[in-house]
Design a protein around this ligand. Sequence first.
Ligand SMILES: Cc1ncc(COP(=O)(O)O)c(C=O)c1O
Length: 504
Amino acid sequence: MPRSSEPVRRHLGRALYDEIRARIADGTYAAGAPLPSTRSLALERGLSRATVSLVYEQLAADGFIESRAGAVSRVAAGAALPEDRARGSRRRGGPAPASRGRFAGRVSDFAARIDGLALQDARPSAGNEIDFVYGPLAGRDFPTRAWLKALRAVERQRAPRLAYEDPRGNLELRRALQRHLSQTRGLSCTVEQLMIVNGSQQALDLCARLLLDPGDPVVVENPGYRMAHHVFEAHGAELRCVGVDEHGLQTDRLADVDRAQMVYVTPTHQFPLGAFLPIARRRALLAWAAEQRAWVIEDDYDGEYRYAVRPEPTLLSLDTHGCVIHVGTFSKTLSPQLRLGYVVVPERLVDTFAAAKRLADRHAATGVQRALALLLEDGSYDRHVRRIRRLQHARQQALVSALEARLGRQVEVQGAASGLHLVARFPGVPSAAEDALVEAARRAGVRVYPLGPLFHPRARAARSARPAALVMGYALLEPQAIVEGVRRLAQALESRPWTRSDFA
Ligand SMILES: Cc1ncc(COP(=O)(O)O)c(C=O)c1O
């Protein structure tokens, strides 16, 4: 006869009973798993053995565990109730849909919108796979010696007073960066306009918080940088997807957009197709934005890697209205793990951005900012960029030549003149076959990434009327691995016919 849980509740073992039930619920103790012996648990918790035995008896009577005299107690099959499992998976970081669980506290509209986004990180590749992933850099390319030297110098000069800094960032870094941007990108801005952020992503998030209200229309490139699309959508913006051709954003299509509060563009190297926005389109975009009174976010994420294109004036340098917000990052030259980026904001927004940054996280970490300032000041950053640009150029050339040599007319290379990735288009393969091509490549030992997910899901027409294409990053790979990777990709392409009717 099952006993009531009253005796246990009254007993010192109540907390232990609840704890074991919680561990069964969250899956720490799975069905069939052995529980510790009553003796060891009593010792560990400073309880009497009788108390622990009583708890086990009660758990057995309630059907959570099976215990027999002389044998270890085990978790009973089906002991975790469905609602317990739901609660458990949330505790381990799983999703928390509002309909599940017992506590029905309200989350913000922002949280609800984020729950609706399909945010994904690339899965790590298996050991023997050749991975044409775009985003990560090779650890061996990091300027470790110069960085450690700079960090040590920073540590030696630790200030007597460890206080919060200016939310816009360390002054020495901003001064050094101002000089650097003026020399390398022809940017002219004051130190006040320059703010150090935790990667471009934080700059985009601040722009969204400060310049957008729910329902505001934002023009984005399609295909485009989905992390930017996501952050604007998270803040309730309505995306207006504008197509991209071999010259970047189709500015003549802007006339179809009735109103915009913001435009987000990657003019130096359109992500992902790689186009360079010509000066005439830059001017057209700025004129249109001024007419709309729209902010223009210029994301200059990999401007350091120009192999075969002339530097054109940035949108910021062409801006006569004070509507351009220029965003840059050290994720492509040093490491995405440093989380160091910058934003140049129009003068009238300087204080607002500084206040928002202060509220978000006070400021970027001081030590790494000062170390970077030293690298910029003593010339090691420029030397590093020159070295890494040569390396990336060699990888880019290896990839372009291998694709042309192996695949000939089966492939068209797009956007290879700058950056750390290119787009390989396969005119004989329909776009509907992209996932199958990626899977065939995986079986051949090479990881490649389809273009499809970089289109906004609502802009499907643009997705279907095009050939299959892959976004191929080369920053992680040496030329030899690149050549072998392309050989495997060619093998995948030969593994089956790619007729349109098979993928209708
Ligand atoms: C278009 C674009 N912008 C910015 C970034 C860099 O983001 P972050 O500076 O937040 O690392 C990337 C990285 O892949 C990118 O593709």
